[in-house]
Design a protein around this ligand. Structure first.
Ligand SMILES: O=C(O)[C@H](O)[C@@H](O)[C@H](O)[C@H](O)COP(=O)(O)O
Length: 262
């Protein structure tokens, strides 16, 4: 596997949160030094809640996070209105954005263009243009390199809306792809392509709960697991990847995890 990913295990999310916070702040500071902007891609699922715990629970003043210089993009999004219960934008807004105290600044957020709910290819193309404007305009890149991607892991090994065995995994050109038959509802979505998802300067996976232990064993302990979307990102991105998990999620996993702080 080359340089293996980092696997950090904690008793629960209360203990995981401070280390995830340190990881995010480190990525932020590196990005701000490098190009004065911090571009983050986030997924839906259980992640936004854990992220909010990591970022917002510090008491006694917080000058470590500079949200004014954050740009938040969606690693995947469901083709629904922004106030729909399935919307990842709505989830991130309610769990995190709405709770950021004014004195900590305010991120610039890039939701999908809901004029294209009935044409997800166009929605994906438009979202790619959104990325082009932020990334290529500044850095003239062939592929956007997010300063930080924060991703989840589904019980089948999917990440973003890249599902096991999907032809989307073979995409080499497009940055953003439409999917109309997602096995996890709702079916219509857009997602970052595998090359973009693998090119994050830092990539953090968050996986918690005993429901993840079987897939974690596959991803980390088997050859077949390396072909699953999460496993492919581990293989491509190597030690740029850090997993933040709780003990129930890695029960029975042989791959060495480090316990406690980074
Ligand atoms: O929009 C989505 O469906 C998510 O982006 C998806 O990729 C999620 O991250 C995983 O399914 C893990 O979800 P949990 O963390 O809730 O298990």
């Amino acid at each position: 596997m080359g340089k293996p990913p980092n696997l950090y295990a904690f008793p629960g999310t209360d203990e995981l949160a401070p280390s995830l916070r340190a990881f995010v702040i480190d990525a932020q500071n590196t990005a701000l030094e490098r190009h004065n902007i911090f571009r983050v891609g986030v997924s839906g699922g259980s992640l936004p809640k854990v992220l909010a715990k990591a970022l917002l629970e510090k008491k006694n003043g917080d000058n470590e996070l500079d949200f004014d210089r954050w740009e938040i993009f969606f690693a995947d999004e469901r083709a629904v209105p922004l106030d729909h219960e399935d919307s990842n934008y709505r989830l991130v807004k309610e769990e995190l954005l709405d709770k950021i105290p004014a004195e900590m600044g305010s991120p610039t957020v890039f939701p999908i263009d809901v004029r294209y709910l009935d044409d997800i290819q166009e929605m994906a193309d438009q979202y790619e243009q959104t990325l082009v404007k932020s990334f290529a305009a500044r850095d003239s890149v062939k592929i956007p390199m997010f300063d930080l991607l924060l991703l989840g892991c589904g019980p089948d090994g999917h990440t973003c809306s890249l599902f096991p065995g999907s032809p989307l995994l073979r995409e080499t050109e497009a940055w953003v792809l439409p999917i109309s038959d997602s096995p996890k509802p709702p079916p219509k979505r857009i997602t970052l392509s595998l090359p973009v998802a693998s090119h994050g300067i830092k990539i953090g996976f968050i996986a918690t709960g005993g429901g993840k232990k079987e897939i974690m064993k596959q991803i980390f302990d088997t050859e077949e697991g390396h072909q699953l979307p999460c496993g492919l990102i581990n293989t491509f991105a190597q030690d740029r990847v850090s997993w933040f998990v709780d003990y129930p999620a890695v029960e029975g996993v042989s791959f060495p995890s480090r316990r406690g702080n980074l």
